[in-house]
Design a protein around this ligand. Structure first.
Ligand SMILES: *Cc1c(COP(=O)(O)O)cnc(C)c1O
Length: 401
């Protein structure tokens, strides 16, 4: 959670600008706001940082995904290919769109694989909602080739990978649109917030209208603006945007520190025979928010997780996590919503209760992840690695014995 680690005076200063004028709303009130346009400045900062031609800030990473799907024309009954390993928000956004999630396999990149996508395509497939999990890129060359060949839209849920690149280009710019989350647990936080990016001026215009009841934001009389389309309220507030702005300025430092720490971890742990790591599609482009170990099998992974817990090392074993892997998503499999969804009405092409993910399970059951902190001292990192090396070596002995 690098953003929260560095929360400080810079964020307070931006927030005070807003509190001093009292203009909490991102549009209009030009005179009263004394030149402070935090949402606009936040968008400009993300645009500049990622190299995106356009950026739109919204109320969350979840509403950012909904905004992208809607702007890209995803709706009633469209099949959208999604990964079984993601934060559940990805799937929820597809359902809220009136579209139908179709699950495909991931591989050791921790993201959808080109092969998995190919195997999940149906005649109704309209888009792939690609999640760049845990801060690094999927196999974009392979995936873009499948999307192109089968005439499917690529949309990137980049909630977890702000700052990461693939072949020099920021994630979120390889498909039609990309979205970021600024919730409390992401690389940058503004409390609650999200940003949508794209190079397409039509799509960003649709996204802007959708996020604010069809308002065009032309002129200074909100009540008299024309409404080209309907939308909803996915707006970000000025206070959240102010925090996001201060956080965005810290991104270069955050990435530099994380990447430095990752290199140290990598060098140390690579010395353990038989231990594998996440497959990187662009190692230098990894935002290095997480470090990922792939143990030889489920038993050794579970053994290591237990020992790490006992040694006071905070790690994630996503295979058992309630919100990130389909294995625990009973509420999704049952389509538990207080209303009847389009997906239920039209039917999913997959039976989620019996659907199996042998390839994904083979990766997830062996995967152990931990956060790379920005604020580690060298001594802290060294102490952590000493414990980790000991525990992992021990778990690996169990395999060979
Ligand atoms: C966090 C996250 C979201 C949702 O973002 P919020 O800001 O929490 O709404 C969507 N997709 C993925 C992959 C995420 O990790």
């Amino acid at each position: 959670m690098p953003g929260t680690e560095l929360f400080g005076d810079e964020e307070r200063k931006e927030v005070m600008d807003v509190l001093n004028t009292g203009v909490l709303f991102r549009y209009n009130h030009d005179a009263q706001r004394q030149g402070h346009w935090k949402a606009k400045d936040f968008e400009a900062a993300i645009s500049k940082f990622t190299g995106a031609k356009h950026a739109l800030a919204v109320s969350s990473g979840s509403t950012a995904v909904s905004t992208m799907l809607a702007a890209c024309g995803i709706g009633y009954g469209d099949h959208v290919i999604v990964p079984p390993f993601t934060f559940v928000a990805t799937i929820e956004a597809v359902l809220w769109a009136g579209a139908i999630p179709v699950f495909a396999e991931i591989d050791e990149t921790l993201c959808l694989s080109a092969e998995g996508i190919r195997n999940a395509i149906t005649p109704n497939t309209k888009a792939v909602l690609l999640v760049h999990m845990c801060g690094a890129s999927a196999d974009l060359d392979g995936i873009m080739a499948v999307c192109k060949e089968r005439n499917i839209l690529l949309i990137e849920d980049t909630a977890q990978a702000l700052g990461a690149t693939y072949k020099g280009k920021h994630l979120g710019l390889h498909g039609k649109m990309g979205s970021f989350s600024f919730d409390f647990f992401k690389i940058n936080t503004c409390g609650e917030g999200g940003v949508v990016i794209t190079d397409d001026p039509e799509l960003i215009r649709s996204a802007e209208y959708l996020s604010d009841h069809g308002h065009t934001h032309v002129g200074d009389n909100r009540g008299m603006e024309p409404h080209p389309i309907m939308g909803t309220n996915f707006r970000i507030g000025e206070i959240n945007a102010a925090i996001g702005l201060a956080q965005a300025r810290k991104l270069p430092y955050i990435l530099e520190q994380q990447r430095r720490h990752k290199a140290i971890i990598q060098e140390r742990l690579a010395k353990i025979p038989g231990l594998a790591f996440r497959k990187q599609c662009d190692d230098a482009g990894d935002s290095a928010t997480f470090f990922h170990l792939l143990l030889p099998d489920e038993a050794s992974a579970r053994g290591a997780v237990k020992a790490m817990g006992e040694a006071g090392l905070g790690v994630a074993y996503w295979y058992d996590n309630m919100y990130h892997y389909i294995k625990q998503w009973d509420h999704v499999k049952d389509m538990r919503m207080p209303f009847r969804t389009v997906a239920q009405e039209l039917g999913l092409p997959q039976d989620l209760h019996t659907l199996r993910f042998p390839k994904s399970d083979a990766v997830m059951s062996r995967l152990i992840s931990f956060n790379i902190r920005v604020t580690w001292t060298e001594a802290e990192l060294d102490a952590l690695l000493k414990k980790m090396e000991w525990v992992v070596r021990k778990a690996m002995e169990g395999v060979t014995a």
